[in-house]
Design a binder for this molecule. Structure first.
Ligand SMILES: *[C@@H]1O[C@H](CO)[C@@H](O)[C@H](O)[C@H]1NC(C)=O
Ligand SMILES: *[C@@H]1O[C@H](CO)[C@@H](O)[C@H](O)[C@H]1NC(C)=O
Ligand SMILES: *[C@@H]1O[C@H](CO)[C@@H](O)[C@H](O)[C@H]1NC(C)=O
Length: 172
């Protein structure tokens, strides 16, 4: 009897998950992170690191706090549609990986107040870094997917870079 009930529950559960899955939508978007890593208007700043060591992107244990404007186009003067707020921690002993923990907080009229949660290991030296999108809120409830990051503009003298971020998420 118990076994039969368990089977029925299993069938019901699989029917539910199937019909839920069919309502999932896929959204893709291309965003541009405007990133200043030094200077008076820095948008990514080291907040702590190992004592007695240099705090840098390639030093294990360095923690950065970030609030990058996210624009619609590559040009920093193009409309701002979100902010990238969160932390980066250099998480590989040899400095090769950073752990990304950021929220993409939308401010445009289409997604205002909705967020996407980006989390994972990013291999800093790769041209294209891929990180998971693990969750979302608002228009992106139950979001799951991935995001690629590619530095498409770099001005070392200004510590300024633009990072193209392509997001693919499934959500309700
Ligand atoms: C920093 O921001 C202020 C206020 O927006 C601006 O006046 C100043 O020129 C900026 N400085 C640099 C180096 O971009
Ligand atoms: C987004 O929401 C905030 C707070 O609810 C509001 O102040 C702002 O005007 C909204 N922006 C847009 C573009 O709708
Ligand atoms: C991101 O999307 C743009 C088009 O919107 C494309 O040109 C670019 O190759 C994509 N980057 C990656 C890493 O897929």
């Amino acid at each position: 009897m118990a076994a039969k009930l368990a089977l029925v529950l299993l069938v019901v559960a699989s029917i539910c998950s199937h019909s839920e899955a069919s309502k999932l939508r896929t959204t893709t978007m291309t965003l541009y992170f405007q990133d200043w890593s030094a200077g008076p208007n820095a948008t990514v700043i080291p907040i702590t690191g190992l004592p007695g060591r240099l705090w840098s992107f390639f030093s294990f244990g360095t923690v950065f706090c970030t609030d990058d404007p996210i624009t619609e186009g590559l040009d920093k003067a193009s409309p701002e549609i979100a902010r990238a707020q969160g932390i980066y921690v250099t998480s590989a002993l040899d400095g090769s990986n950073t752990h990304v923990l950021i929220s993409i907080v939308f401010t445009n009229s289409k997604y205002n107040g909705s967020t996407l949660e980006v989390q994972g290991a990013s291999r800093q030296i790769d041209n294209v870094r891929e990180v998971a999108v693990v969750a979302g809120t608002g228009k992106f409830r139950y979001a799951r997917g991935y995001a690629t990051f590619e530095t498409v503009y770099l001005d070392m003298s200004l510590a300024y870079s633009v990072i193209q971020c392509n997001v693919t998420v499934k959500h309700y």
